[in-house]
Design a protein around this ligand. Structure first.
Ligand SMILES: *[C@@H]1O[C@H](CO)[C@@H](O)[C@H](O)[C@H]1NC(C)=O
Ligand SMILES: *[C@@H]1O[C@H](CO)[C@@H](O)[C@H](O)[C@H]1NC(C)=O
Ligand SMILES: *[C@@H]1O[C@H](CO)[C@@H](O)[C@H](O)[C@H]1NC(C)=O
Length: 438
């Protein structure tokens, strides 16, 4: 009798599994790419490890499986008191967040091999690049009548538009992304932060008077629209060298004028946009995206990631309106448990802290392949990295000297992609890339 029960349960389970595969398959795939048993196994392994990782490293967070191989829900302890209210609905932030691990793995792994800085080469290669895309990246673009007059548009963008990518994947080894949270004042991370190969800061974050907490070094600074308008002030924040300023939004006339007239000697670039869903709009995620596209490892400091926050504060000024702190914390924990970043905070202050239950490289690679198939991504299932290119164009000549000083890892990566540059395409249904090849 018991055996019969067991057999029945087994039959039911495999029936359900088959149904699940069928549902996932039909709802996500319009190209009939077959998911093999090893694909499902990879997603199961990723998700099982992921749940353990969140349990072991999440300071009270718990991950539970959702309705399919991709979905997980990260839950805060029931006694967490949310403080942040959505200004539109007046509702308090929730205690549980669902994430699609497949989408996260597919998208973020691809970022590591992409170029995230806007170049002339990209606009030239993009269909209607100058008439439409360039026009959207120039403030007051309306007056330019969709860049019908290309010369005028080139002129406006030229101050921030390198011909070819100024940075390559794996160009840097260890990078740190520094947020602006008031939590930074609780731990003296300064020397530790200065030990990184590249340090990325955000907006108007000062260094002077805070070096024991935030370090002295600064390589890049990511600017939102407001900070970019005060480019002259921002450029003064790092006196000992020239930070590279990365602008998240558009170039506007105030900015161009400052670059030309003050003049601002720092290199200034615009970032390409890639969207990662609603959880991921802030400057912090954009900074992580840039860092992941040029660094082997990315460590994060100064984000609100510990339990018990009261209000969102900044280390250098009075508290200020933040947004979605619990959602953000859950998302960063997901990133840590996918092996993308390592979180440092007052409650995770040991620099040698080991993130337990991280997925192995082979698990991540297998899960990425499975996810690409499941999500119908361009080039899914192919061994050729350039299969992810939906537009391929010939490259502008690279300066040969730019290759001499590269790290071994960056050179190896260039070999792997045959010297191609991969730019993520915005709003492309299969997340295809624009690739330029030698
Ligand atoms: C899948 O379907 C969507 C919407 O129906 C379509 O826009 C897209 O081009 C299709 N993708 C492929 C790879 O066929
Ligand atoms: C650092 O402190 C000095 C003295 O209090 C002050 O004059 C200066 O403006 C401060 N610098 C920054 C960047 O806050
Ligand atoms: C990115 O490039 C590395 C080689 O540097 C390769 O091993 C990896 O599979 C690539 N990832 C993707 C998503 O193409």
């Amino acid at each position: 009798m018991r055996l019969l029960h067991l057999a029945f349960a087994f039959a039911l389970a495999s029936g359900l599994a088959a149904l699940l595969i069928y549902i996932i398959g039909v709802s996500h795939l319009n190209e009939t790419l077959e998911l093999w048993e090893e694909d499902l196994e990879a997603l199961r392994t990723l998700q099982t490890g992921f749940r353990k990782c969140v349990g072991a490293n999440g300071l009270g967070l718990e991950a539970v499986s959702g309705k399919d191989y991709c979905e997980v829900t990260i839950q805060f302890p029931a006694d967490t008191i949310p403080k942040w209210k959505d200004p539109k609905t007046g509702e308090l932030e929730g205690l549980s967040y669902s994430f699609n691990l497949c989408e996260a793995v597919a998208t973020w792994e691809q970022v590591r091999n992409s170029t995230t800085i806007l170049t002339k080469e990209f606009i030239d290669a993009l269909p209607h690049g100058w008439e439409e895309y360039a026009w959207r990246r120039i403030n007051k673009g309306v007056l330019l009548n969709r860049c019908k007059n290309k010369i005028l548009c080139v002129e406006k963008l030229s101050l921030v538009l390198p011909e070819t990518p100024p940075y390559l994947p794996h160009q840097f080894d260890r990078c740190a992304v520094i947020g602006n949270s008031g939590d930074l004042l609780k731990t003296r991370f300064g020397d530790e932060i200065d030990s990184y190969d590249a340090v990325l800061r955000e907006n108007g974050a000062p260094i002077q008077n805070f070096t024991e907490f935030v370090g002295k070094k600064s390589t890049f600074r990511l600017l939102n629209r407001g900070s970019a308008k005060a480019l002259d002030k921002v450029a003064e924040l790092y006196e000992t060298g020239k930070e590279v300023l990365l602008v998240k939004t558009t170039i506007h006339d105030i900015m161009s004028k400052m670059i030309q007239e003050i003049p601002i000697l720092n290199p200034v670039y615009l970032m390409l946009g890639a969207s990662f869903g609603s959880a991921a709009k802030g400057t912090g995620l954009k900074a992580l995206e840039f860092a992941l596209s040029i660094c082997d490892t990315v460590d994060m400091y100064g984000f609100t990631v510990d339990p018990g926050y009261k209000e969102w504060t900044r280390y250098f000024s009075e508290s200020r309106q933040g947004h979605t702190p619990l959602h953000g914390r859950a998302y960063y924990q997901m990133m840590e448990c996918l092996g993308l970043i390592k979180i440092h905070s007052p409650m995770r202050a040991d620099p040698k802290r080991i993130v337990k239950w991280l997925p192995s490289r082979s698990t991540v690679v297998a899960a990425k392949t499975a996810s690409d198939k499941l999500l119908g991504r361009v080039g899914a299932g192919s061994k050729n990295p350039l299969a992810a290119c939906s537009i391929t164009k010939k490259q502008m000549k690279r300066k040969p000297e730019s290759m001499f000083s590269l790290r071994k890892e960056a050179v190896e990566h260039q070999k792997y992609v045959n010297g191609a540059t991969m730019y993520p395409l915005e709003h492309n249904p299969g997340h295809g890339h624009l690739c330029t090849v030698p």
